[in-house]
Design a protein around this ligand. Structure first.
Ligand code: PMP
Length: 380
């Protein structure tokens, strides 16, 4: 029974990914740019991985650039836009984007050129609001995540994409949290797309950026001609093979997770709510990832909950790992109108696709015991 409930931060390497990685390290460890037969086979395998990913998301392989993960993808995009957009053009991002979108956009383009698109009280970008925003501000690009790493809220990205098309704005989707949890088919319709292997059972340090077309080139790293000149540095084929194996495996498991996991998660929340009156679920009526609960605890700081649960062997989080340790710094929760006092009490629970009823129950018991201990003012 796993006590790991922080899958939105990272996931353990899946068995399929592990064996694909080992096999690739054995067979295709050669440099794909070298000119002998074995290197050619590695280059071939790399092409096959690109084709497979393109098939899963419904796009052309030549749009995909493999890299080190979502942070690199998001930086590459905004650095590229900073070079090619006219100086007066702006970009718009939702109020709940990950720091690797928000801070990258602001760093590469300058704060004045990065506009915020508001979310509603549930954390969703409403299509009508986006339409009105586009008419008024006319940004060159809109960046909206597919699923929130913090609340798990799902954005209606196909509708948002269609609206952007109608207004001549390009659409970037950071789908780091969507991949592996919901079907990836159709994501290739976006203009730009970000993915990261370690969020779905692949290794850390592997991911990809899908560009708008086959010619576009936004190199962030300069050097060799790898990735058709779009990302210098020897390709990490074993990590890419492992990422594809993890994606293949999770795509096959998604239907089962989507039907079983929300029930287990919601039973956990119902139990906790009756044990801890005043417990609040953020984005409670919105469509959400099947594994995520972002909760405001009725009392005691999130770091106290976290430390006590950790002593019992359970891993949860105070919000995204990117803001953990900094109590109450969650942009998502702020965008949803929580006050500063509440921010200190926010915890995130994110289960895996194989979480069991027993695992969720054990977590509920651990929360209940922790509540008793904290209420009695035990060891800090
Ligand atoms: N975007 C989102 C939505 C994420 O959840 C994360 C990881 N927390 C990232 C980007 C950054 O991913 P990586 O670790 O691959 O750089």
């Amino acid at each position: 029974m796993t006590r790991y409930f922080d899958h939105n931060a990272t996931t353990p390497l899946s068995p399929a990914a592990r064996s694909a990685w080992l096999q690739a390290e054995d067979r295709h460890w050669h440099n794909p740019s070298s000119l002998y037969r074995e290197a050619g086979l590695a280059a071939h395998a790399l092409d096959a991985a690109r084709e497979e990913l393109a098939g899963i998301i419904d796009t052309e392989a030549a749009r995909i650039v493999f890299n080190s993960g979502a942070t690199e993808s998001n930086n590459t995009l905004f650095a590229g836009l900073a070079r090619c957009l006219p100086p007066d053009a702006s970009v718009a991002i939702s109020a709940i984007e990950h720091p690797s979108v928000r801070q990258a956009a602001q760093a590469w383009l300058g704060r004045a050129r990065v506009l915020d698109i508001a979310v509603d009280g549930q954390g969703i970008v409403q299509p009508d609001d986006l339409r009105a925003f586009l008419q008024r501000h006319k940004p060159a690009l809109v960046s909206i995540m597919a699923a929130s790493n913090e609340s798990g809220v799902l954005q209606p990205w196909p509708d948002l994409l269609a609206i952007c098309r109608g207004h001549g704005a390009r659409f970037h989707c950071d789908a780091a949290q969507w991949f592996g949890k919901l079907p990836a088919a159709g994501l290739g319709a976006c203009d730009y797309l970000t993915g990261s292997a370690h969020k779905f059972g692949g290794p850390k340090g592997a991911g990809f950026l899908m560009l708008a077309d086959e010619q576009e080139s936004f190199p962030l790293l300069h050097g060799g001609p790898q990735e058709t000149g779009r990302r210098a540095g020897t390709e990490n084929y074993p990590a890419i093979a492992a990422m594809l194996a993890a994606l293949r495996e999770s795509e096959a498991e998604i239907p089962r997770a989507m039907s079983a996991q929300p029930l287990l998660r919601d039973a956990f929340f119902a139990r906790l709510q009756s044990a801890l009156p005043g417990l609040r679920l953020i984005s409670d009526t919105a469509p959400r990832l099947w594994n995520t609960l972002l909760m405001v605890m009725p009392r005691h700081s999130n770091l106290k909950w976290l430390a006590r649960l950790s002593r019992r062997g359970f891993a949860i989080s105070t919000g995204s790992a990117c803001s953990s340790g900094r109590e109450g710094s969650s942009v998502v929760v702020q965008a949803l109108g929580a006050d500063w006092e509440e921010l200190r009490r926010v915890v995130r629970v994110s289960g895996g696709r194989y979480a069991t009823a027993a695992g969720w129950q054990a977590l509920a018991e651990a929360f209940e015991e922790t509540a008793r201990e904290l209420d009695e003012g035990g060891r800090p």
